[in-house]
Ligand binder design. Structure first.
Ligand code: INI
Length: 160
């Protein structure tokens, strides 16, 4: 029997693509800094000149899947992190954006076998989003950790 588990200290050889939605960037910029802090503390070079990390900005969470798809198909990245914040407010647009972002990101991961972390906050209010992006805790940090785990796990598993 083989047991496979991703490690968090397996940063060498890992190249990560991060995609961030500008919509609600008060929140998403904080998710990004939490995420980068996590990656840095686990040995990923997050400097401007890093060859281990690229960051792409998109208009909103709806656009996360198409950029994730291009990054995944490039074969340049072992793991991709998508960061966004969709806040319900009073608009039914919320459901459309969340459904497309989540289904799209899941489809990219399935179709390409490149893990794509779904780091999109879905909340009723801006206050709730801010609480999850640094006021109480920063989920960006968790998304970074999940990316490291998945990148390491996929490396350890037998390939197709
Ligand atoms: N995009 C978000 O990332 N969060 C939101 O809360 C949001 N709302 O509420 O509308 C949002 N809309 C923009 C959408 O993601 C697209 O960028 C836009 O529709 C253009 O395709």
């Amino acid at each position: 029997m083989a047991t496979f588990e991703g490690r968090f200290s397996d940063a060498s050889g890992l190249r990560i693509g991060v995609i961030v939605a500008r919509f609600n960037d008060l929140v998403t910029a904080k998710l990004l800094s939490g995420c980068l802090d996590c990656l840095k503390r686990h040995g990923i070079d997050v400097s401007e000149t890093s060859s281990q990390l690229d960051v792409a900005w998109v208009p909103g969470s709806f656009e996360l899947p198409i950029v994730a798809q291009q990054m995944a198909r490039s074969s340049q990245y072992q793991v991709i992190i998508t960061l966004g914040a969709v806040i319900r407010g009073d608009t039914p647009h919320f459901d459309v954006v969340v459904a497309e972002a989540s289904k799209g990101v899941a489809a990219v991961a399935r179709d390409t076998s490149v893990p794509v972390i779904f780091g999109v906050l879905t909340t009723d209010t801006m206050q709730q989003a801010l609480e999850r992006a640094g006021i109480k805790s920063n989920l960006g940090w968790s998304y970074g950790l999940e990316a490291l785990e998945m990148g390491s796990l996929m490396k350890a598993l037998p390939s197709a």
